[in-house]
Design a protein around this ligand. Structure first.
Ligand code: URA
Length: 240
């Protein structure tokens, strides 16, 4: 049976929002309300069945897991709040009215599929390097690729800062006398990896869209829109 009482920091961490240490900081910062009143004491006892807890105005519900796919627009930061006041992914999920965190991040200029959830285990399963979940990107490069360029992307490259990219799958989509469009599937998640892979072979990226994570495709979800995934859809993202 569910425990009827828990401390406020535990209620938040159990909801899969963040570690207890982080939730204690947030509580101290006055971001958490219990039954409409700001509580700054992380050890405050909460009646888990009847007390209503809000973080930054969003209602926290324990245990009910939620998985969301957002088609992140370019020019949007993958973080909660931005010190330069740029739009963030949270501006696009306001209607959700639930606290979720982004599973990994897309660069500000990258658009496409971003999963947000309150399920920390799911997030870890997707992100841990050993899981090697394939992620596919649609890339428009500002130049014309030679056959050797595809080969280099596919077989691994020195991408600087002492890092290399592993094996990748490349599929040319279209090429004209100025640009190349292709799909690139990688199983790692190094910082700005796709852009650095293209930089390493002398091609600048003009457009980068994540179109698939595991077996979960972006499909026709419009830019800037989100949808709540059912269990089966959420699990697809974990398929290799
Ligand atoms: N690779 C990049 O360069 N940027 C992203 O946002 C994701 C992958």
């Amino acid at each position: 049976m569910k425990k009827a009482r828990a401390t406020l920091d535990r209620v938040l961490s159990k909801a899969g929002i963040a570690s207890r240490a982080t939730t204690r900081e947030w509580i101290g910062e006055g971001r958490v309300k219990v039954n409409g009143r700001v509580i700054r004491n992380p050890d405050h006892w909460v009646e888990t069945v009847k007390d209503v807890v809000h973080l930054d105005g969003l209602k926290i519900r324990e245990e009910k897991k939620i998985y969301v796919a957002l088609n992140k627009p370019g020019g949007v930061v993958t973080s909660f709040g931005d010190n330069r006041n740029r739009p963030t992914v949270y501006d696009y999920i306001k209607k959700l009215d639930r606290w979720v965190f982004p599973v990994g991040r897309l660069d500000m200029d990258t658009s496409g599929l971003l999963i947000l959830t309150n399920d920390t285990q799911y997030g870890e399963a997707l992100l841990q390097p050993e899981s090697k979940i394939p992620k596919t990107y649609y890339v428009k490069a500002a130049s014309v690729f030679a056959a050797g360029d595809y080969f280099d992307l596919a077989y691994g490259l020195d991408i600087g800062r002492g890092e290399t990219s592993g094996r990748a799958i490349v599929r040319e989509v279209r090429v004209n006398d100025k640009y190349t469009w292709f799909e690139l599937t990688i199983t790692e998640g190094k910082n700005r990896q796709v852009r650095r892979m293209c930089d390493a072979i002398g091609h600048a990226v003009l457009k980068l869209v994540r179109i698939r994570i595991g077996d979960l495709s972006l499909g026709d979800l419009p830019v800037g829109q989100f949808k709540v995934l059912n269990h089966e859809e959420a699990q697809k993202a974990l398929q290799k």
